[in-house]
Design a protein around this ligand. Structure first.
Ligand code: 48F
Length: 275
C-alpha cells in the first residue's frame, strides 16, 4: 500500500521502560540543582530560559500538566496579549510576531507567543517537573531556604482521610517563587511568621510594571520572587492584561540569580581550608 507506515517492533514493555527510565534519570539528576523555579508562567519561563542559556542547572516545577500560566490568554478570555515597549524586544528575541496597536503598545497572539516561549525555554535546556505542586520549602538552621518540598498534584487534590502520601524534597542553592498572584512560597513563610505579605493592590499599569521589575529579587535568604509574586510580596499595584513586566521581571531574575550563585560560590571558596 503506497501510503502505509511500518512502525518499529518496540512493544508495550519497551514503551513503559523508556518513560520510566528517562523520568527517573532526570529526577535523580535534579534532586540537587543550582536553581529551582516554582511556577511556569511567563516570568518563571523567562527566568528558566535565561538561567539555562547561562549554562546553570535549573529545574522548573509546575502544578499543571501544561506550562504558560496566564500567558495563553490576554484578559477576559480573549487570547490576544499586549506588551508595552521596550518588552517587544523580548518578543523579537523569541521570534514572536506582533502588531503595533498604538504608540509603544504591541499585540500578539496568545497561543503563538506562549508556545514560542515554552519552546525557547525547553530549547535552552530548562528541565521541567510538571503535575508537581509545591508543598513547602526546606529551611536550614540560621534561616536559609535550601530546597523545595513537592508532591504529585493529584495527591494534593485527594482528601486527607483517603490517603496521606508524604512529599519529597529537592535540594537547591536558590528557589524562585514565580507562582503569580498566589506567591505560594512566601505565603508558607508568612504563615510561620518569617515574612510579611502585604498582597497586591488595585490596578495601575503605569506604576506597577516599573515597580514589579524594580523589586524583582531576593526577599529571604535563598528565595527570590519574580512576576506577579513580586507585587504580592511588596504590596504593589496589579497591572492587568499586559505582560511586559512579566517578561522583563523573568529576565531580571536571571541576572539576580546569577549574582546570588556567584556570591555563594565565592563564599564557599573563601570558607574552604587552605591546603
Ligand atoms: O500566574 P502566572 O502566569 O504567573 P506570572 O509569571 O504571570 C502573571 C500573569 O500571567 C498575569 C498578570 C500580569 O500580566 O497579572 O497574571 O507571575 O503563572 C504562575 C504559575 O505558577 C503555577 C501556576 O499553575 C501557574 O502556571 N503555580 C501556582 N502555584 C503553584 C504552582 C504551586 N504551589 N506549585 C507549582 N506551581
Amino acid at each position: 500500500m503506497g501510503n502505509s507506515v511500518s512502525f518499529s517492533s518496540a512493544g508495550e514493555k519497551d514503551i513503559t521502560r523508556a518513560i520510566l527510565r528517562s523520568f527517573a534519570e532526570q529526577l535523580d539528576e535534579y534532586v540537587e540543582s543550582e536553581v529551582v523555579i516554582v511556577g511556569g508562567g511567563p516570568s518563571g519561563l523567562m527566568a528558566g530560559m535565561g538561567l539555562a542559556r547561562a549554562g546553570r542547572k535549573v529545574l522548573l516545577i509546575e502544578r499543571n500538566n501544561y506550562l504558560g500560566g496566564g500567558f495563553w490568554i490576554g484578559g477576559y478570555l480573549m487570547n490576544k496579549l499586549t506588551v508595552r515597549a521596550p518588552a517587544h524586544l523580548i518578543l523579537d528575541d523569541l521570534g514572536i510576531p506582533y502588531d503595533e496597536a498604538t504608540d509603544g503598545l504591541y499585540v500578539a497572539d496568545g497561543p503563538h507567543a506562549c508556545s514560542k516561549l515554552i519552546a525557547a525555554a525547553c530549547d535552552a535546556g530548562l528541565r521541567i517537573l510538571s503535575m508537581t505542586t509545591l508543598d513547602d520549602v526546606v529551611l536550614r538552621k540560621g534561616g536559609r531556604v535550601a530546597g523545595v518540598v513537592v508532591n504529585w498534584t493529584p495527591v494534593n487534590a485527594l482528601p486527607r482521610q483517603i490517603t496521606c502520601v508524604d512529599p519529597i524534597a529537592l535540594e537547591t542553592q536558590l528557589v524562585i517563587d514565580a507562582t503569580g498572584h498566589d506567591a505560594c512560597i512566601l505565603r508558607r513563610l508568612r504563615d510561620r511568621g518569617l515574612v510579611e505579605l502585604p498582597d497586591y493592590g488595585s490596578m495601575d499599569v503605569a506604576a506597577s510594571e516599573d515597580a514589579v521589575v524594580e523589586y524583582t529579587g531576593q526577599v529571604f535568604p535563598g528565595l527570590m520572587v519574580c512576576g506577579m509574586a513580586v507585587a504580592t510580596a511588596h504590596g504593589l499595584a496589579r497591572m492587568g492584561p499586559t505582560f511586559g513586566a512579566m517578561l522583563e521581571s523573568g529576565k531580571k531574575a536571571t541576572a539576580e540569580a546569577l549574582a546570588v550563585l556567584e556570591r555563594e560560590r565565592t563564599r564557599v571558596r573563601d570558607a574552604a581550608p587552605v591546603a
